[in-house]
Write a protein that binds this ligand. Structure first.
Ligand code: PLP
Length: 400
């Protein structure tokens, strides 16, 4: 039964919010740790974590305190000036990664736009105007026009024509396909080391090593979209560490702000080739976002979250394997706390809504796939609790 306040909010949402997504009849009001509460006071165990975003859980003190402190010192100085937290955060990111230079944005799509522009700039300066970027089938790079064009989703192909030209989609985990697609117009290869929205598809170690060699041989750039995999999500600070290679460009978003709109593109010193005005934005290096980013990254390091994520991810996979003897759980896969399994039929939407009714938030990025991307602070107790609810929902659905 919904209370009066909820009914009014839902009616107002229908009246005033532009439709872009089917949302359940719930209005979220409060978050703490692994939990969200709606305006009817219902509590939800959150295994989406703000879409792989709230790495420290909901409303962690370190973020609230960073915002409070920074908002009393400087909220915005304009993008035409450096500011203190911007310099400090760029230094922190370059210290913990293989990169030397950072450009800040607010969203993953903008970070990827920046990477696309940098690769095209490189092509125009160094490769006789080469502009094509090879991306993979099943990839997701964002919802701006260029990042939708880069994305390898079949059903997006006819949307918003004409698309931005210059993106060639090849099958994932297929070096030969990349090799065959490279031509004098190619300036870069761009991929997610683990395709998140595509259903948690992990790049093979050999494939990534071969891509690195291929890009070196052809003199083109290797771009890692680590919007979903970066900042501890897969049990390493960055996914490229898992593969023992260094990309030329990496993009980060989601976890980097712990829920605050923040993203970044990182690259090596030799690719510091934009001219003034080529790239920018009112909110690049926004002080509040920078202060949050610093607090989040320090906390990830302090709590040794990548190691913890590895342990919790192994535990979740182990438990799923045990349960697969009794429940319809197929093809368990993923790394760290980016884990998925297949259902025997396209029942993802029903399972997600069954779980929601039972107070659990999970996700189905493809119709037969169930995905977990909880906050990185999740405990074994919460994993067990989540599995208890999910197994009940699976049992009820597959008995029908
Ligand atoms: N790249 C990847 C791998 C993503 O998973 C996403 C979002 O889900 C994006 C880019 C786009 O990020 P944003 O929604 O912050 O623009």
């Amino acid at each position: 039964m919904k209370n009066q306040k909820t009914l009014e909010l839902l009616e107002e949402a229908g009246n005033s919010i532009l439709f872009t997504a089917s949302r359940p009849e719930i209005v979220m009001e409060k978050g703490e740790g692994m939990y969200l509460w709606d305006t009817d006071g219902r509590k939800y165990l959150d295994f989406i974590g703000g879409w792989a975003v709230n790495c420290l859980g909901h409303c962690p003190d370190v973020i609230s305190e960073a915002l409070k402190k920074q908002s009393s010192e400087l909220i915005n100085a304009s993008p035409s000036f450096y500011n203190k937290p911007m310099v400090e955060f760029a230094r922190l990111l370059t210290d913990i990664s293989c990169f030397d230079k950072v450009f800040f944005t607010s969203t993953g799509a903008e970070a990827n736009e920046s990477a696309i522009k940098l690769a095209r700039k490189y092509g125009s300066k160094m490769l006789n105007g080469a502009f094509e970027i090879i991306t993979t089938v099943g990839s997701f790079h964002g919802r701006t026009l260029a990042t939708m064009s880069a994305t390898g989703k079949k059903h997006w192909e006819p949307l918003f024509a004409p698309k931005v030209p210059g993106f060639i989609h090849v099958p994932f985990n297929d070096t030969e396909a990349v090799s065959n697609a490279i031509n004098p117009n190619t300036c870069a290869v761009m991929l997610e080391p683990i395709q998140g929205e595509g259903g948690v598809n992990t790049a093979d170690a050999g494939y990534i090593k071969e891509l690195r060699s291929l890009c070196d041989e052809k003199g083109i750039l290797l771009i890692f979209d680590e919007v979903q995999t970066g900042l501890g999500r897969i049990g390493k600070m960055f996914a490229y560490e898992e593969y023992g290679i260094e990309p030329d460009i990496m993009t980060l978003a989601k976890g980097i702000g712990g829920g605050f709109p923040l993203a970044a593109m990182l690259t090596k010193k030799k690719y510091d080739i934009f001219d003034a005005g080529d790239q920018g934005g009112t909110y690049t290096g926004q002080p509040l976002a920078m202060a949050v980013g610093i607090a989040v990254v320090h906390e990830i390091i302090k709590q040794k979250l990548p190691e913890r994520v590895q342990m919790m991810g192994d535990y979740l996979i182990e438990r799923l394997k045990e349960l697969s003897a009794e429940y319809p759980i197929l093809n368990i896969r993923g790394k760290g706390l980016l884990i998925a399994f297949d259902l025997p039929e396209p029942a993802g939407r029903d399972i997600v809504s069954g779980c929601l009714e039972s107070g659990l938030i999970i996700n189905s990025p493809q119709s037969s796939v169930i995905r977990f991307m909880p906050p990185l602070i999740v405990t074994k107790w919460e994993i067990d609790k989540m599995l208890e609810i999910l197994m009940k929902v699976l049992k009820t659905h597959f008995k029908q």
